[in-house]
Design a protein around this ligand. Structure first.
Ligand code: WTA
Length: 651
C-alpha cells in the first residue's frame, strides 16, 4: 500500500461495535485476554484441554532448542480421532459434518458416522498400499469430500500429507512430490470448474514419470472423463470401497508431523512448511471456537478456501472438525452456473458463518449488490476475511450487502507458517475499524518493530514480528533446518519475522500493509517474483526477466513481467501469449502474468540489483520515482520505448 493509502486509513473514523445480543452470547468474553496475560503457558494448556489426549503432556513448551519448538511435550493423541471418532463416541454420529455441493449441482450430506466409516476405509486402503506412520502422501484433488477424507486418513495413520493445489502444474507437482519423497499420490480424473470437467490426472501422469519415490496413484472418479491408466494406478472406488469400516487408531506424539504444505518464499524454490500435531490442533480449534464464535449445535460454517491452501487445512478440515462443525464444502467457482451461486448455497444450507477472501468480496461488489440481494442471507451471523489486507470499501460492502449491517466481521491475519489465526478481532468484544485486523489474539505475542528491531509506538509503522513461540507455529522447512533459521529467525535475534509491513494507528490498532519482501499476493495466493522469473527464463526465447506485483482492483496484486528476449529470438504476434502460457505450464494458471512487456533493458543499480520499485511505477502507470541509484538512467527511456513496441500489448 502506498503511504497515501495509509494516511487515508489513519483517518478511518468508522468504528463498529458488536450488538448487545451478540456480546451476551459470545464464546470469547473480555476475560480471555486477562487469562492469557496472567499466565500464557497455563492459558495454552487450558486450550489444549479442548482435545482428547491419550496421554497428557508433561510440559507445555520446550523452547530450549529455539527456534525449534516443542509443544505439549510428552503428550499423545490421534488428530483424526479428535476430528471424527470422538464426536461419534459422544453421540453425534448423526450430525452432518459436511454438506457437499458439487458444481454441477450434485450433493452429499456426510454425517460424522459416515465420515468415520470412510476415513477408516481410506486408512485401511493406505495400509494395504504400504503406507506407514512417518511416510508422506501427496494429495492433488478437487474440492470434494475425498480430499478431506484423504487428509484425515493420513492423519489417522501418522503419515504426513502434502496437499498440492489443483491449479498447480505437473512441474510444480513433480518438484513437491520429490522434495517430500511421497510414496503415494491421491488424485481424481478431474473436477468441475466453470461448468466443465477439468482434468487433473494428466498432470499427475506427467509428474510421476520423474518421481521415483511414488509407488502408486490412487484415483477418485469424479467426472468420469477419459484418463490414461497404468499399472501403478488404482481406483478409489475399488480399493477403498472394499475395505473394512473399522480401523484401530494409534496415538502419536504431540510433535509427530501432521503435514507439509509448500508455499512461496523469496527464492525460486517453494518451501515445505512442516506442521505437527498437538499444538497445531490446539490452536486451530481454539481460534475456530473464539474468532468464529462457533456453536456446534446451531452453526453452519462455510470457509470457501481451497483445501490446497493453509486456510483450507486449518478452517475446512482441522479446526472446524475438531470442534464438531457442520460445514459446507463447495467444489466450483462462484459464477457457475450463475453469479449468485454462493448466496444460493448460503440460503439453501442456512449458513451462519462465512469465511472468505477480499479478492472474492471485491469481485462480488463489481458484479453488483442486486445479485446477493435476490437471496435470503438472514441466516448469516458472522463474516470473516483472510489472505490479504481488506480495503475499507470492500469491508463496508461486505458488512452492509452480505452481512445486512448486523454481522460482525473478523479480519484475520495469519500465514501458512503460523498455522492458525494470530491477529484478529474477537467478534463479541472488539470494536472493529474497517480494514484493520485490530490486535493479537489472547495468547499471541505480535509486535511492530523498526529496522533496529525496536518496537514502534502508536501512529508508527514497521515490520510485523512474533516474539514468543505459539502452538501452531511451523516446526521447520522440510529437509532444510538451516533455511528455516535463515528465512524466519535471522533478521533480529530470537524473533520470527513474518515478511509483512504493518502500522499502529493512533489508538494502537494494527493495520497490515502487505509484504515487504519479493512475495506477491495474487487473489490471496502467495507467489514469489523469483518463481515467475525462473519460469520465464526457462523459455528458450527469454534472456532475462523481472517480475513485479502491481496493484490490481480485483486481485489485490497482479503479475507484470518485463522480459528481455534473446538476440536471435524471433518476436511474433504470439510471443507474449507464448510466454504467459509457458508460465502457466511451469507453475500453474494462477501464476500467469497479467501483462508481459518486452523490453530492451532492465533498470539496475550499480551493483546489478534490479530496481523493482521503478518497474512497479511503470506497471502502475505512475511517474517514475527516484532514479538516482540507477546505473544507467537512459534505461527507463528504453523501457518506455519498449512499451510502444509490438509485442508489448496487455491482454
Ligand atoms: C497476507 C494465508 C493482511 C500476509 C492465511 C501474509 C494478510 C500472507 C491477511 C500469508 C490479512 C493474510 N490482512 N494481509 N487479514 N491474511 N495476509 O501463507 O501478507 O497464504 O504474510 O496464508 O497473506 O499468506 P498464506
Amino acid at each position: 500500500m502506498t503511504s497515501d493509502g495509509f494516511e487515508n486509513l489513519l483517518h478511518e473514523r468508522r468504528v463498529f461495535a458488536p450488538s448487545d445480543e451478540f456480546k451476551a452470547q459470545a464464546n470469547a468474553q473480555p476475560s480471555l485476554y486477562g487469562a492469557a496475560d496472567a499466565d500464557r503457558l497455563a492459558f495454552w494448556e487450558d486450550q489444549a484441554g479442548r482435545l482428547h489426549w491419550d496421554r497428557k503432556w508433561d510440559l507445555p513448551l520446550d523452547w530450549t532448542d529455539a527456534p525449534f519448538a516443542q509443544w505439549f511435550v510428552g503428550g499423545k493423541l490421534n488428530v483424526a480421532v479428535n476430528c471424527v471418532d470422538r464426536h461419534v463416541n459422544d453421540g453425534y454420529g448423526e450430525q452432518v459434518a459436511i454438506h457437499f455441493e458439487g458444481e454441477p449441482g450434485d450433493t452429499r450430506a456426510i454425517t460424522y458416522q459416515q465420515l468415520q466409516d470412510e476415513v477408516c476405509q481410506a486408512a485401511n486402503a493406505l495400509v494395504e498400499l504400504g503406507i506407514e506412520a512417518g511416510d508422506r502422501v501427496a494429495i492433488y484433488l478437487p474440492m470434494i469430500p475425498e480430499a478431506v477424507i484423504s487428509m484425515l486418513a493420513c492423519a489417522r495413520l501418522g503419515a504426513a500429507h502434502s496437499v498440492i493445489f489443483g491449479g498447480f502444474s505437473a512441474e510444480a507437482l513433480r518438484s513437491r512430490i520429490n522434495d517430500a519423497q511421497a510414496k503415494l499420490v491421491i488424485t481424481a480424473d478431474g473436477g468441475y470448474r466453470r461448468g466443465k470437467a477439468a482434468a487433473l490426472k494428466p498432470a499427475v501422469d506427467e509428474a510421476v514419470t520423474e518421481t521415483p519415490s511414488v509407488n502408486n496413484v490412487l484415483v477418485v472418479e469424479r467426472t468420469g472423463q477419459e484418463v490414461e491408466w497404468t499399472q501403478r494406478d488404482l481406483r478409489w472406488k475399488d480399493l477403498v470401497g472394499r475395505q473394512s469400516t473399522t480401523h484401530v487408531p494409534q496415538a502419536f506424539d504431540s510433535e509427530h508431523p501432521l503435514f507439509i504444505l509448500y508455499t512461496s518464499g523469496t527464492t525460486g524454490s517453494p518451501k515445505g512448511i512442516l506442521h505437527t500435531s498437538g499444538g497445531y490442533l490446539t490452536q486451530t480449534a481454539y481460534t475456530h471456537y473464539n474468532v468464529f464464535d462457533f456453536k456446534a449445535n446451531t452453526d453452519v460454517f462455510w470457509c470457501t478456501a481451497d483445501i490446497g491452501w493453509i486456510t483450507g487445512h486449518s478452517y475446512v478440515v482441522y479446526g472446524p472438525l475438531a470442534n464438531r462443525a457442520t460445514q459446507v464444502l463447495y467444489e466450483g467457482t462462484p459464477d457457475s452456473p450463475h453469479q449468485g451461486r454462493w448466496w444460493e448455497i448460503i440460503e439453501k444450507y442456512g449458513v451462519t458463518t462465512l469465511y472468505t477472501a477480499p479478492t472474492a468480496i471485491r469481485t462480488f461488489s463489481k458484479w453488483g449488490r442486486e445479485i446477493p440481494q435476490e437471496f435470503d442471507l438472514s441466516s448469516l451471523r458472522l463474516l470473516g476475511s483472510v489472505g490479504e489486507p481488506i480495503n475499507p470499501e470492500a469491508w463496508m460492502w461486505y458488512r452492509s450487502v452480505i452481512g445486512g449491517n448486523r454481522c460482525p466481521i473478523v479480519d484475520t491475519w495469519w500465514q501458512t507458517e503460523t498455522g492458525a489465526i494470530m491477529i484478529s478481532p474477537l467478534p463479541g468484544i472488539t470494536e472493529c475499524k474497517p480494514g484493520s485486523a485490530m490486535r493479537p489474539l489472547p495468547g499471541i505475542c505480535a509486535k511492530i518493530v523498526d529496522d533496529a528491531g525496536v518496537p514502534v509506538g502508536n501512529s508508527e509503522g514497521g515490520y510485523l514480528v512474533l516474539d514468543e513461540p505459539w502452538p501452531a507455529m511451523l516446526r521447520g522447512i522440510w529437509g532444510d533446518p538451516q533455511r528455516y533459521i535463515e528465512t524466519y529467525w535471522s533478521r533480529w535475534p530470537g524473533v520470527y519475522f513474518a515478511g509483512d509491513g504493518a502500522k499502529y494507528d493512533s489508538q494502537g490498532a494494527m493495520w497490515l500493509l502487505g509484504r515487504v519482501d519479493d512475495v506477491m499476493n495474487i487473489s490471496g495466493h502467495r507467489i514469489s517474483t523469483a518463481e515467475v522469473e525462473s519460469a520465464l527464463v526457462s523459455h528458450p526465447a527469454t534472456a532475462e526477466a523481472a517480475v513485479v506485483g502491481a496493484n490490481d482492483e480485483t486481485t489485490g496484486q497482479a503479475i507484470v513481467a518485463f522480459v528481455i528476449l534473446r538476440e536471435h529470438a524471433e518476436i511474433s504476434e504470439s510471443t507474449v501469449d507464448d510466454l504467459r502460457a509457458h508460465v502457466a505450464r511451469e507453475i500453474g494458471p494462477i501464476a500467469k502474468p497479467r501483462q508481459v512487456l518486452i523490453v530492451k533493458e532492465l533498470p539496475k543499480t550499480r551493483s546489478g540489483k534490479i530496481m523493482r520499485r521503478l518497474l512497479r511505477d511503470v506497471a502502475e502507470n505512475r511517474s517514475l520515482g527516484d532514479m538516482s541509484t540507477l546505473a544507467d538512467p537512459a534505461v527507463m527511456g528504453l523501457i518506455a520505448d519498449g512499451l510502444s513496441a509490438p509485442g508489448a500489448v496487455e491482454d
